[in-house]
Ligand binder design. Structure first.
Ligand SMILES: NC(=O)c1ccc[n+]([C@@H]2O[C@H](COP(=O)([O-])OP(=O)(O)OC[C@H]3O[C@@H](n4cnc5c(N)ncnc54)[C@H](OP(=O)(O)O)[C@@H]3O)[C@@H](O)[C@H]2O)c1
Length: 365
């Protein structure tokens, strides 16, 4: 059956999933194409084909964080490092109330206390995001934000310094100062690479061109990207990333947990996620059936299949993890690949969902 889907299977990174053309002339090797210790490039950096997200580390309101979870989080971090994951996404705004900055603080602590090989520690890539707060009006203030993140983590250099969102829709003049801030932190060597987040296709091209003219390569673009967030904008962003050599980082690859199979209309998570899930989950049966079907045939789990879909689409997913069990399970998204037919089946299932994920309010065109 020929299906017309919003996303092609064209890969954009340094690895690829099989294509119909490949399979006629080339028999897939028995071993996986990539392993957790294999790396892909983000600008000058080598990172695992999947990173871990840490939004939940310090966030009580949405994610129900408690300080008693810290030892689990540390175990997840250590496990990730020992299994080849070296990319960790955070932000200076992560952590609610008095816990603001907690995600960065915990990451810094876990890095310092890691008892493994020094080389593993040295290879860690922290991708943090600097919020475009209204009081960050000058490049210098943005550089200070970067210095504060370095201080919270007690590290000397950040891997990828990302602008968390664009102010183009409501304060275009501020945005230019923030871009200049990215340039300044790169020139001062505070970050090894720069990236943006929540940028739509038009704005992504603009910031890329601006930074290029200033001699600063744009290394990454982070957007919401999952089976429930694969609209035409994501497609266009991915194509731009492909053509300009920007790495696409997929946030919320599990649709905040909806694509794990553990929630249902009668078993919703506590807090604000419950309301969102109650709108989406009732129509999600076709997709969940495909995910379940493929995961059983593959002897994988549903989250592993959902994350692997992102990788097959050429993105670097950064699933959020809250426990050792989740870290362990999500690492299993690496080392194998969905076939083209499986990708189509999943996308067909996803298209039947009447509700998709809501997009970030700061996402631009
Ligand atoms: N740039 C941005 O504006 C932006 C926005 C959002 C996120 N992000 C980044 O992207 C990262 C990932 O996105 P996300 O955290 O929003 O959502 P996600 O990765 O789609 O979902 C993560 C949540 O799903 C559940 N989960 C994860 N693995 C699981 C497993 N194997 N089995 C069962 N449940 C599992 C956990 O929550 P429960 O156990 O509570 O269900 C976990 O916190 C964030 O941590 C953050 O670093 C960036």
């Amino acid at each position: 059956m020929a299906l017309s889907l919003p996303l092609s299977t064209k890969p954009n990174l340094h690895f690829s999933c099989s294509s119909a053309a490949d399979s006629s002339s080339f028999k897939s090797p028995k071993f996986p194409r990539f392993w957790p210790w294999q790396k892909v490039k983000v600008g000058p950096l080598s990172v695992s084909p999947m990173g871990f997200g840490t939004w939940a580390w310090g966030n009580k309101i949405l994610w129900g964080y408690e300080e008693s979870m810290d030892s689990q989080l540390q175990q997840s971090f250590d496990f990730a490092l020992r299994n080849g994951i070296n990319l960790f996404d955070t932000a200076d705004s992560y952590g609610t109330g008095r816990l603001n900055g907690q995600s960065e603080k915990l990451l810094g602590k876990f890095i310092r206390e890691f008892r493994g090989r020094t080389k593993v520690q040295d290879d860690i890539v922290i991708a943090t995001k600097f919020a475009a707060y209204p009081w960050r009006l000058t490049p210098g203030q943005f550089v200070n934000a970067c210095k504060s993140s370095l201080e919270r983590m007690q590290i000397e250099q950040i891997g990828i310094g990302q602008l968390h969102w664009s102010t183009a829709n409501y304060a275009p003049l501020q945005e230019r100062a923030l871009w200049d801030g990215l340039v300044a932190m790169y020139e001062k060597g505070l970050v090894r690479a720069v990236g943006v987040s929540n940028y739509g296709p038009k704005q992504l091209l603009k910031v890329h061109n601006y930074l290029e003219a200033r001699g600063v390569p744009l290394s990454s673009a982070q957007v919401q990207f999952s089976l429930l967030s694969m609209g035409s904008d994501q497609m266009e962003i991915r194509n731009i990333c492909d053509s300009l050599g920007i790495s696409l980082i997929a946030y919320s690859p599990l649709a905040l947990g909806m694509l794990t199979g553990k929630y249902s209309p009668t078993n919703l998570p506590k807090g604000p996620r419950g309301f969102l899930f109650s709108q989406v989950l009732p129509g999600l049966q076709p997709l969940m059936n495909s995910l379940r079907d493929i995961s059983q045939k593959r002897r994988k789990t549903i989250p592993q299949v959902a994350i692997n879909w992102c990788i097959c689409k050429g993105a670097i997913p950064i699933p959020g993890v809250k426990s050792l069990k989740q870290a362990d399970e999500n690492v299993g998204a690496l080392g194998w690949q969905l076939s083209d037919n499986e990708l189509l089946e999943l996308e067909y299932g996803a298209l039947q969902s009447p509700q998709k994920m809501i997009q970030n309010i700061f996402q631009t065109s």
